[in-house]
Design a protein around this ligand. Structure first.
Ligand code: UD1
Ligand code: UDP
Length: 376
């Protein structure tokens, strides 16, 4: 009889919930093969809970570590202490982490300390700049030597791992699980139209929509001031454009964004959205202005051009395919790129029709097959 493998899935933030939900669902589909245990550090609270509810995941452990305005060291120490206890109690055969958050790094470290096999979902993304994204570039790099199985979403990521000496037989190119989640969400949206915040549908009528998200630590301060000024100036220049901006709950983001953008009639600031209305809004948008990793990956699948407000990206595939442009966080460059696409429908169209380079919606299935095959 094939033994049942106990898999401990660790997550803590909004994007980890989106990207690990398809893996949890796939594991649960094979109860004779896997026993799935989910641990939420709850590095995010509100922004995590509504996603776990949507994906029907009730964590077996909830470390509840979020504090308002928490420092990186606080997140790290509290997550590691809690995860150490959970791994000791659960004694899993496999431990899965995703991406580049502090939760993911601490999860991999706790697994390593307890000699548990660690699988890294979305391995191998690199910018080659340790300060961008900060601290995520270093989190993701530190996970690599701790992990035993590297689930690289793309060929570029596989090559980056090989160049660092990671054994070829431990790397598996699977596609990104965010595309699995997106396909699932789009199917659900066909029969369950989401509820948008009050007044938003009315505000968007007869307007082109630019959907904005931003939360990167390396942009706090001057970067966010530049971004806000660029949005204001563009809103002034294009009377038929509405900027819709679901503002991240981080106080370092909310402070400047509400202070600078709170009063313009063509800039609509709203609370972070649950996944269904957010994807629906992305589908409605003319273009996306973002520093998010996940949005860079989802945009191309929805045929939406992405302006990436970062100096460098660990997701170069979108730029190479023509879906995305790197526009940095200086005021002038953001304004120029917004104006270029808002005035030039053929360039907008070319970006919208470029091929999605991030996956085919079957990544979770591949990951779980590999876990089963490689089981001890
Ligand atoms: C974290 C991740 C980042 C990821 C992002 C996704 C790290 C270091 N950063 O960044 O990689 O891209 O999540 O959004 O792991 N807050 C709330 N409620 C919530 C969530 C956040 O109030 O539900 C506020 C709190 O004041 C919290 C602050 O946001 O202290 C920052 O949260 P934190 O998880 O430390 O960092 P993020 O910037 O969200
Ligand atoms: N997202 C969402 N509502 C929002 C903003 C983002 O559902 O108001 C989703 C988005 O579709 C993507 C994920 O959250 O799947 C990205 O999260 P975030 O930008 O916080 O993190 P990153 O991907 O940059 O790590």
């Amino acid at each position: 009889m094939t033994p049942v493998n106990k898999v401990l899935v660790i997550l803590g933030t909004r994007p980890e919930a989106v990207k690990l939900a398809p893996v949890v669902h796939e594991l649960r589909r094979r109860p004779g093969r896997f026993r799935t245990v989910v641990c939420a550090t709850a590095q995010h609270r509100r922004m995590l809970d509504e996603f776990l509810d949507l994906f029907d995941i009730s964590p077996d452990h909830d470390l509840d570590i979020m504090k308002p305005g928490q420092s990186l060291a606080e997140v790290t120490t509290r997550a590691l202490a809690g995860l150490d206890r959970v791994v000791r109690e659960e004694r899993p055969d496999d431990l899965l982490v995703q991406g580049d958050t502090t939760t993911a790094f601490c999860g991999a470290l706790a697994g390593f300390y307890h000699k548990v096999r660690v699988g890294h979902v979305e391995a191998g993304l690199r910018t080659a700049d340790k300060s961008a994204p900060y601290p995520e570039e270093i989190n993701r790099r530190l996970i690599t030597p701790l992990a035993d199985l590297h689930f690289a979403p793309t060929e570029t990521a596989r090559k980056a791992l090989l160049a660092e000496g990671v054994p070829a037989d431990s790397i598996h190119v699977t596609g990104n699980t965010v595309i699995d989640a997106l396909h699932w969400m789009r199917r659900k949206l066909r029969t369950h139209p989401p509820r948008l915040p009050a007044g938003l549908a009315e505000a968007m009528r007869r307007k082109r929509v630019v959907l904005v998200t931003g939360h990167r630590r390396e942009s706090f301060g001057e970067g966010f001031r530049n971004i806000c000024e660029a949005i204001l100036e563009t809103a002034e220049a294009f009377a038929d454009v509405l900027f819709v901006y679901p503002v991240h709950l981080n106080p370092n983001v909310r402070g400047p964004v509400y202070a600078l953008l709170g009063r313009h009639p063509r800039v609509k600031l709203i609370e972070p959205l649950p996944y269904a209305p957010f994807i629906s809004l992305m589908s409605r948008a003319t273009l996306l202005l973002t520093d998010s990793g996940g949005v860079q990956e989802e945009g191309p699948s929805l045929g939406k051009p992405v302006l990436v407000m970062r100096e460098t990206t660990e997701r170069p595939e979108g730029v190479a395919a023509g879906n995305a442009r790197l526009v940095g966080t200086t005021r002038q460059k953001i304004i120029e790129n917004l104006a270029d696409l808002l005035q030039n429908s053929s360039r907008l169209e070319a970006m919208a029709s470029a091929r999605n380079p991030y996956g085919d919606g079957r990544a979770a299935k591949r990951i779980v097959e590999i876990l089963g095959r490689e089981a001890s």
